[in-house]
Design a protein around this ligand. Structure first.
Ligand code: IPE
Ligand code: IPE
Ligand code: MG
Length: 241
């Protein structure tokens, strides 16, 4: 079976999961962290090299302050709880997004986990937190302009290297749980040729069996990258730089 090199997940549906059970949205967010270990482990076992999890978007600031505060608290606890075990598995933790705006306590926990795992190479686990695809592209444009680079030197490879995802291959597979069929500002530049897999399963119910289902579906896809040749599940070509 062809295995994607990079899988990115839009972890959606925590709130609906909670309301179906008569629980609070925060209880939904907490439940949406209980499955994380199993999901990551399944990807590691399938030799997926990069996994990106969309945890908080730049648009999620529109939510009630109490929900945001509670969510950040839960995320901090999970990073603290899981980073040692991830380190032992050789997982490198990375942040995609802007640190500014995130509470200092969560910033410290993220930086500690990033620092602890920086030399690992079994898998790169990127947490997209305070992440927006448009903000990422604009950030890259600002930095390129601030350096005064000549326009003709700005090609796709150079642009890639200014994104938060610099050095990572483009996602081969983007999974969205919770049943919506949209990107919600996720990896806009990088998703140009990604395969999409949407499931109505709500994020807290997404487990190892669901991961295997998504990987099997990916293995059946014919990727052509604009050409005519059909390649089942072939990963995107390696970045040229
Ligand atoms: C996804 O679950 C988690 C975040 C966006 C932070 P939601 O909180 O969006 O859950 P639903 O979509 O309301 O069910
Ligand atoms: C997308 O979910 C963002 C994350 C999973 C972090 P949302 O629940 O924010 O997406 P919309 O608002 O339904 O598009
Ligand atoms: Mg949602």
């Amino acid at each position: 079976m062809h295995i994607p090199r990079h899988v990115a997940i839009i972890m959606d549906g925590n709130g609906r999961w909670a309301s179906r059970l008569g629980l609070s949205r925060l209880e939904g967010h907490r439940a949406g962290t209980e499955n994380i270990r199993q999901v990551i482990e399944t990807f590691v076992n399938h030799r997926v090299q990069c996994l990106t999890l969309y945890a908080f978007s730049t648009e999620n600031w529109a939510r009630p302050r109490l929900e945001i505060r509670g969510l950040f608290h839960i995320l901090g606890q999970v990073i603290d709880r899981e980073s040692r075990a991830l380190h032992e598995k050789g997982v490198q933790i990375r942040l995609l997004g802007k640190l500014e705006g995130i509470t200092p306590a969560l910033q410290r926990r993220i930086l500690k986990a990033v620092d602890l795992t920086r030399d690992n190479d079994t898998m790169v686990l990127s947490i997209a937190l305070n992440y927006g695809g448009r903000a990422e592209i604009l950030d890259a444009v600002h930095r390129i302009m601030a350096q005064g680079l000549p326009p003709e030197s700005v090609d796709e490879d150079l642009f890639d290297s200014y994104l938060y995802t610099a050095g990572l291959p483009d996602p081969d597979l983007i999974i969205r749980t919770g049943g919506e069929l949209r990107l919600s500002n996720f990896l806009l530049w990088q998703a140009a040729y990604s395969e999409y897999y949407a499931t109505s399963t709500l994020w807290p119910d997404f487990n190892d069996r669901e991961v295997k289902k998504a990987l099997r579906a990916y293995g059946r896809r014919q990727r052509r990258f604009g050409g005519l040749e059909s390649q089942p599940g072939r990963p995107a070509p390696k970045p040229r730089h």
